[in-house]
Design a protein around this ligand. Structure first.
Ligand SMILES: [Zn+2]
Length: 214
């Protein structure tokens, strides 16, 4: 029995299962147990097989979906197992939800590629702790984006929204119709704005014991 390595999000090395028979990549017929892409309770899961990926498994959220990248030669059984491992891992990580500046920059790059065809290219993306009245800010002349540390611990789609918002400012300054048309590309804009408005509103409410129990 090969021991499983401890999984992480950015790049996994699944156990090299000694002698596990692999289906050849060109096999046309599919087994009767094939199913459409797995779906969890909250989001769809899309498994992408890559020929260039030989030993690593990784996973990330993309809007409402979860993308799991696996080596092309992985068996169906291994795929199932690794999808479950990565879903658990993502969920655990999101419940901690503190990532650093480098992951922030990676996310920004991915979001720019996904929603703006890569046209928004920030020179720097980082967390700041001195920004308490704005969730994010952007200096287009410098290409710098800053996110308030207050976003840490909020759902991923909210952090992504703020990133997408600031990325859009690299393309369109101000909040005119052109700006909001750009933001329509991000499917959870309205929901994320509602979440942030709720956070602001809750800060102004009289403190409720139940809501502040620490
Ligand atoms: Zn703005």
């Amino acid at each position: 029995m090969p021991a499983d390595p401890s999984p992480g999000i950015a790049g996994e090395t699944p156990a090299r299962s000694a002698g596990t028979p692999q289906r050849s990549a060109g096999t046309p017929q599919r087994s009767a147990t094939d199913r459409p892409p797995r779906a969890s309770a909250t989001s769809a899961v899309e498994v992408r097989r890559s020929n260039r990926r030989s030993r690593t498994v990784s996973a990330y959220r993309e809007g409402d979906r979860t993308i799991v990248l696996i080596p092309a030669r992985m068996s169906e059984a291994e795929e199932q197992r690794w999808v479950n491992v990565m879903l658990d891992k993502l969920a655990a990580q999101e419940s901690r939800r503190v990532f650093g500046d480098s992951e922030l920059a990676e996310r920004a790059e991915r979001l720019s590629a996904q929603y703006f065809e890569g046209r928004a290219r920030p020179a720097s993306v980082r967390w700041v702790t001195n920004q308490n009245t704005r969730w994010g800010s952007c200096t287009p002349a410098e290409g710098s984006i800053r996110l308030s540390h207050r976003l840490q611990g909020m759902p991923e789609y909210v952090v992504d929204y703020v990133l997408v918002h600031e990325l859009a400012h690299l393309l369109v300054p101000g909040h005119g119709p052109r700006f909001w048309r750009l933001l329509e590309a991000y499917p959870r804009t309205e929901r994320a704005r509602g979440y942030l408005e709720g956070v602001v509103a809750a800060d102004r409410l009289p403190q409720l014991p139940a809501a502040r129990g620490e």
